[in-house]
Write a protein that binds this ligand. Structure first.
Ligand SMILES: [Mg+2]
Ligand SMILES: [Zn+2]
Length: 189
């Protein structure tokens, strides 16, 4: 079985945007900006055997703040910015909370779908996100959890207990690789 990193998108891979008085996901391609160190972190994780998935709620078209076409353009820009980074698949929920869908985080559905499709052992995998609903999603799916302390989402975390708290994705991947190699070194003794 494989082990995987399930990553939230906004606040983990790319920056939030200040709009209508609050910080939120990019609504159009020109607003998308990668966070520092992301590409290198993804490469390093993949090189160390981690499958990488993105699991993201994108309700802004359903809310009428943008269009599905613009959300697709944001996604395409992200792919271009990532420049062939080794992400296996993106799993998006485009619904609003009130739509009562089955795929929106903190529901674990998309994580479990990815795990099934790619033969992933969730217990050896991680969910990495910057808000409480990411941590809850990982916990409900059975993964370990890491909370990224992204500066613009402070008010949306604090009620969940992640396994790790990290400054950013680069910090998380370095800690993960360090832990894995020291574990391997120990078990060789
Ligand atoms: Mg986020
Ligand atoms: Zn959904």
């Amino acid at each position: 079985m494989n082990r995987a990193l399930f990553l939230d998108r906004d606040g983990v891979l790319d920056a939030l945007v200040f709009r209508e008085g609050e910080w939120g996901a990019p609504l159009q391609a020109s607003q998308l900006e990668l966070l520092p160190g992301v590409r290198e972190a993804l490469d390093l994780a993949a090189k160390n055997g981690w499958l990488i998935f993105v699991v993201s709620n994108q309700p802004d078209a359903a809310k009428g703040k943008t269009t599905m076409e613009s959300l697709r353009a944001v996604h395409d820009k992200l792919l271009r910015e990532l420049g062939g980074a080794p992400i296996k698949e993106f799993f998006y929920c485009f619904h609003r909370a009130e739509d009562k869908c089955s795929c929106r985080k903190p529901q674990p559905t998309l994580v479990l779908e990815a795990a099934k499709k790619y033969d992933v052992n969730v217990y050896e995998s991680w969910f990495v996100g910057d808000v409480d609903s990411d941590i809850e999603c990982g916990r409900r799916a059975g993964t370990r959890t890491a909370l990224i302390e992204y500066e613009h989402t402070r008010s949306r975390r604090g009620a969940q207990r992640p396994d790790w708290v990290c400054r950013d994705l680069r910090h998380f991947v370095h800690a993960l690789i360090g832990q894995t190699s020291s574990y391997a070194a120990q078990s060789e003794d």
